[in-house]
Design a protein around this ligand. Structure first.
Ligand code: NAP
Ligand code: ZN
Length: 353
């Protein structure tokens, strides 16, 4: 086992602070990775503050981070897909049983025995729970290690490992969105990637935002139009006109307002995971035969497909690179919807601790 520098929260009310954790020695199927960048996902904040306690209570200390890009520093004897020096990524998953129907169908995120990158029981026993990417290094089974296209900026690639796949997967699953009217609700980490992917697949993209100051950015990111969701007149004008809406909002909100934007047979897919249950009006679904669904990250195969797509189309996340010492301030800004459009932590900064 190896002592490894990390940033951890000691409780739901404690700030993130330097901590030493143990990483296992690589087994024969493991890849050891020096972490270069780690994105800051709103899920990190929900977990650190135990906001999902009713579904997935947080075990402390908690080391978040599941948008990891790094360099391979060692591989086990049986590893075939990665070699020392490779630029690789790790997302939200680090293990699954590999045998259940969901694993067989390449949707390991729905394996009943999947291991998430942080806050899941650690099957290797290095710690009570897995520890994420706000750390110097990580050891991961090679099946859960992704290849990162060499032409992309690693700081902007890190967020693809969660925000990227979480928006890519439902957009692909919806079908051919070319020429369809697609709404992206919330222009944050997930939302700005949703805009890029929906545009790349040929949709007419509208951003719903509560932040009028983000309008210019939304258009620059590829949106065809911007709807200020707090402006009743703008909302009314767009009623019943969307084929597909992706809702990325991290906080409580009126989902019925967005269901009202859907056309006949339209679908709203939730990826945002607010702390409290949302109230859905039956009538908002009944009139117009609308559907409401959810989506959780994506499997490993699809995540690699998404990374390759990004390599081919030069797509990365728009990032504000920060040292780990600014992570608590970054969380406060995230809560104010004040990030353009993802924080990416430069892990070299952890060496100073
Ligand atoms: P984020 O960067 O904080 O973006 C969330 C955006 O939602 C904000 O930028 C803001 O956009 C909007 N928003 C925030 N509070 C709002 C409110 N009270 N009312 C209306 N809009 C509000 O967060 P993120 O990292 O993209 O994550 C978004 C959510 O997805 C989180 O709940 C996260 O846990 C979840 N998530 C789910 C998955 C999954 O697999 N399903 C994966 C990753 C993350 P505007 O300023 O444009 O209004
Ligand atoms: Zn995430």
């Amino acid at each position: 086992m190896k002592n490894t520098k990390a940033y951890a929260a000691a409780s739901a009310t404690a700030p993130l602070a330097p901590e030493s954790i143990l990483r296992r020695d690589p087994t024969e199927s493991d890849v050891q990775i020096e972490i270069l960048f780690c994105g800051v996902c709103h899920s990190d904040l929900h977990t650190v503050r135990d906001e999902w306690s009713s579904v997935m209570p947080t075990t402390y200390p908690c080391v978040p981070g599941h948008e990891i890009v790094g360099r391979v520093t060692a591989v086990g004897a049986a590893v075939t897909e990665h070699t020392e020096g490779d630029l690789v990524g790790v997302g939200c998953l680090v293990d699954s049983d590999q045998t259940c129907p969901n694993c067989q169908a390449n949707v390991e995120q729905f394996c009943p025995d999947s291991t998430f990158t942080y806050n899941s029981p650690d099957k290797h026993g290095a710690a009570p729970v897995t520890y994420g990417g706000y750390s110097e290094s990580i050891v991961v089974d090679e099946k859960f290690v992704l290849k990162v296209p060499g032409n992309l900026d690693p700081a902007g690639v890190a967020p693809l490992l969660c925000a990227g796949i979480t928006t890519y997967s439902p957009i692909r699953r919806w079908g051919d969105i070319k020429g369809k009217k697609v709404g992206i609700v919330g222009l944050g980490g997930l939302g700005h990637m949703g805009v890029k992917f929906a545009k790349a697949f040929g949709a007419h993209v509208a951003v719903f935002t509560t932040s009028p100051s983000k309008k210019e950015d939304a258009l620059r990111l590829g949106a065809d139009e911007v709807i200020i969701s707090t402006d009743a007149a703008q909302m009314k004008q767009n009623t019943g006109s969307f084929d597909f809406i992706l809702d990325t909002i991290s906080a409580d909100h009126d989902i019925n307002a967005y269901l009202g934007m859907l056309a006949l047979d339209g679908n709203l897919t939730l990826v945002g995971a607010p702390e409290k249950p949302l109230q859905v009006s039956a009538f908002a679904l009944l009139f117009g035969r609308k559907s409401l669904s959810g989506s959780l990250i994506g499997g490993i195969k699809e995540t690699q497909e998404m990374l390759d797509f990004c390599g081919e189309h030069n797509i990365t996340s728009d990032v504000e690179v920060i040292p780990i010492q600014q992570v608590n301030e970054a969380y406060e800004r995230l809560l104010k919807s004040d990030v353009k459009y993802r924080f990416s932590i430069d892990m070299a900064s952890l060496k100073q601790e």
